[in-house]
Design a protein around this ligand. Structure first.
Ligand SMILES: NC(=O)c1ccc[n+]([C@@H]2O[C@H](COP(=O)([O-])OP(=O)(O)OC[C@H]3O[C@@H](n4cnc5c(N)ncnc54)[C@H](O)[C@@H]3O)[C@@H](O)[C@H]2O)c1
Ligand SMILES: O=P(O)(O)OC[C@H](O)CO
Length: 316
């Protein structure tokens, strides 16, 4: 819808024929955004070859852990001169690769053609065409500008950047911090607790980003603190909501059973923790979220553990 409203012709790929038919005939996707009427320049197909044929820009958005298995089938179809844009906010389990790295590896796309888009962009608000800003980052700034032009709509303002690592990492780590903020909310804690989590979560994100080669300034921007605030504070966030349910005492299995859409932080927290350990970066909030989600610790136990840590100077 954003691309279409920006005047860009869009051919979407979907797996199910009934979804494609609904989009092409009624211009809606009832399961995901029932109130959003897609613009006329957006169409859909179940055939990936038809979707990408002649495309100048290929936008990839599936759950992060499913990108690799899908990309295997798309790699040879992607036009060799197209920009490839990732909207995904996760890190791959096992490999600890960011989505742009998976695209380069499996899609055989040169890094200069890979752009990532990230920012405070909760989809129900975007679908309601409420004004929002975002960041398109690509090593080749001209490619970032081309993608920004293609998605600049009256209600959607993309800024450009060249820090792919920072932009991508900000989007992935904020989901894990939002799980922690949600847990605090679910346990009945107030704004001091959540602001403390957000601020120290940003410190962890920045430390890890710098170790990976990101520009620390990126984390003060839309893809850093901007998305972190939106996701940690909004009841529309799936990651925060997942955390709220954990904080209220539901088990991980119970929360998964009631969660219909992707909460990227649940799987990515382990991959991000692996990445941090590999680079020798201290990430206590991420570590404790992973302990709740994957090791059976309770939110109460990890709050006690976080508050009992050795006192230290406040620095990144
Ligand atoms: N929803 C948001 O507000 C938002 C905003 C910015 C970025 N993102 C990011 O975009 C990515 C996708 O999120 P989403 O909100 O679209 O998630 P979603 O769960 O709402 O939708 C995921 C889509 O992928 C499809 N899908 C699921 N499993 C698949 C598979 N194995 N193979 C192919 N397709 C599959 C689903 O049918 C659905 O169309 C995530 O990385 C998310 O962090 C989401
Ligand atoms: O609903 P969430 O938690 O996946 O967050 C959505 C977007 O990433 C917010 O920018």
């Amino acid at each position: 819808a954003v691309l279409g409203d920006a005047g860009t012709t869009v051919r979407m790929w979907a797996r199910r024929q009934e979804v494609v038919d609904q989009i092409n005939t009624e211009r809606v996707n009832r399961d995901y955004q029932p109130d959003l009427v897609l613009p006329d320049n957006v169409s859909a197909t179940t055939d990936p070859a038809e979707a990408v044929e002649g495309a100048q820009i290929v936008v990839l958005s599936v759950p992060s852990q499913k990108l690799r298995e899908n990309l295997v089938h798309w790699a040879d179809l992607i036009p060799r001169d197209a920009a490839v844009v990732s909207l995904m906010k996760g890190v791959e389990l096992g490999t600890t690769k960011r989505m742009s790295e998976v695209i380069a590896e499996v899609g055989k796309v040169e890094p200069e053609r890979i752009a990532v888009l990230s920012g405070p962009n909760l989809s129900p608000e975007i679908a309601a065409k409420q004004p929002a800003a975002s960041v398109v980052a690509c090593l080749d700034h001209a490619v970032a500008e081309m993608v920004a032009d293609a998605c600049a709509a009256p209600y959607f303002r993309p800024y450009t950047a060249t820090d792919v690592i920072g932009t991508e990492l900000g989007g992935a780590v904020k989901n894990v911090v939002a799980l922690a903020a949600g847990m605090a909310e679910g346990m009945g804690m107030g704004d001091n607790s959540k602001a403390s989590i957000i601020t120290r979560g940003l410190a962890e994100t920045t430390r890890l980003g710098v170790a990976l080669g990101a520009d620390p300034a990126t984390f003060s921007g839309l893809a850093g603190v901007g998305d972190l605030i939106a996701t940690c504070m909004s009841p529309l966030s799936r990651n925060r909501t997942f955390g709220v349910n954990l904080g209220k005492g539901m088990t991980v299995e119970e929360v998964i059973a009631v969660t219909k859409q992707t909460a990227e932080g649940v799987k990515s927290c382990e991959a991000i923790l692996d990445l941090a350990r590999h680079h020798g970066v201290d990430v206590p909030i991420i570590e404790n979220v992973a302990a709740v989600v994957h090791d059976g610790r309770t939110p109460e136990e990890v709050v006690r553990a976080l508050m009992a840590r050795r006192l230290k100077a406040e620095k990144h």
